[in-house]
Design a binder for this molecule. Structure first.
Ligand code: AMP
Length: 280
């Protein structure tokens, strides 16, 4: 973590914790939700986008994993959440929402946010809308990452994570220089429990049945921006920024100041493969 990067303490530990960085005041901070099946690279994109637009990367998956590593004293609710997570099942809405509501301060934060992994069900999406309305906050956009199912399974099955610094590798796409060891810190590379084949199938099933309806939900709110997740993280990032830029100049984000348009990435604009039935 670089000196000025926020440690997101309030998200990981709870509202009583103070974040290391107080974000600078912005007239109109970015408030985004990232949607997409497990394995499309939402976490990586959330990281890149939040660095670029300065909102905090708020991931419920990271929150649960941090709890698993002892970052937050394990309450019974968190212990129960981890049991679901290990099996690749969605954590019950009541637990997710209790943790999210507790962190309303992060949603209100003047730096803005990039929500990754929340909401994941219609009930969560509705609860989030109610909370945002109550706080007089509106979302700017929902980026929906699309990737064919076979590529998702390939990405998740080969993913390895450094136990110590959480750097992400892939057995064939991005292998470490020394097998099983992290290039960055020398830590041991492990497979996430929920990246094992049984869990992957359960997660994709949960996505299809419980999360996909959110695409329609956000399309109806005129917030949805589809983005193809095919290619390298840099290519997908360029597409994400281009989608936001197009929405500012020519779409649902027209109310934003045109100076918000992020210059220089338009050349990477591509069409998303919207009509491929295999897309999740
Ligand atoms: P992720 O890192 O976003 O893939 O999340 C990892 C796991 O955490 C998921 O497979 C779920 O078990 C759990 N999880 C994260 N966010 C949510 C959510 N909003 N609702 C239910 N379960 C969640």
């Amino acid at each position: 973590m670089s000196a000025e990067e926020n440690d997101r303490a309030a998200w990981f530990k709870g509202p009583w914790a103070k974040c290391s960085v107080l974000p600078p005041f912005k007239e109109r901070p970015w408030r985004l939700v990232l949607l997409g099946a497990p394995g499309v690279g939402k976490g990586t994109q959330a990281e890149l986008i939040s660095r670029r637009l300065h909102g905090c990367h708020l991931s419920t998956g990271d929150l649960f994993r941090a709890a698993n590593n002892g970052c937050r004293a394990g309450t019974p609710a968190v212990a129960e959440a981890l049991r679901y997570m290990r099996q690749g099942e969605l954590v019950p809405d009541s637990i997710v929402w209790e943790l999210a509501r507790e962190r309303t301060g992060c949603i209100r934060c003047r730096g803005g946010f990039v929500l990754d992994g929340l909401p994941r069900t219609l009930a969560q999406a509705q609860a989030l809308q109610e909370l945002l309305n109550k706080e007089c906050i509106s979302l700017d956009a929902v980026l929906d990452y699309e990737l064919p199912r076979d590529q998702i399974i390939f990405r998740l099955g080969g993913r390895r994570i450094c136990e110590a610094c959480k750097a992400v590798f892939h057995l064939t796409q991005c292998p470490p220089s020394v097998p099983d060891l992290c290039d960055q810190c020398g830590g041991r590379l492990i497979q996430r429990e929920d990246d094992r084949p049984d869990s992957i199938a359960t997660r994709l099933d949960a996505y299809q049945h419980l999360t996909m309806p959110l695409i329609e939900f956000y399309r109806n709110l005129n917030l949805l921006l589809p983005v193809s997740a095919i290619g390298s993280p840099e290519e997908v990032f360029a597409r994400s920024i281009a989608a936001l830029e197009t929405a500012i100049t020519d779409g649902p984000l027209r109310s934003r100041d045109p100076r918000d348009a992020i210059a220089g990435l338009s050349d990477h604009r591509e069409n998303s493969p919207r009509n491929n039935d295999e897309l999740l």
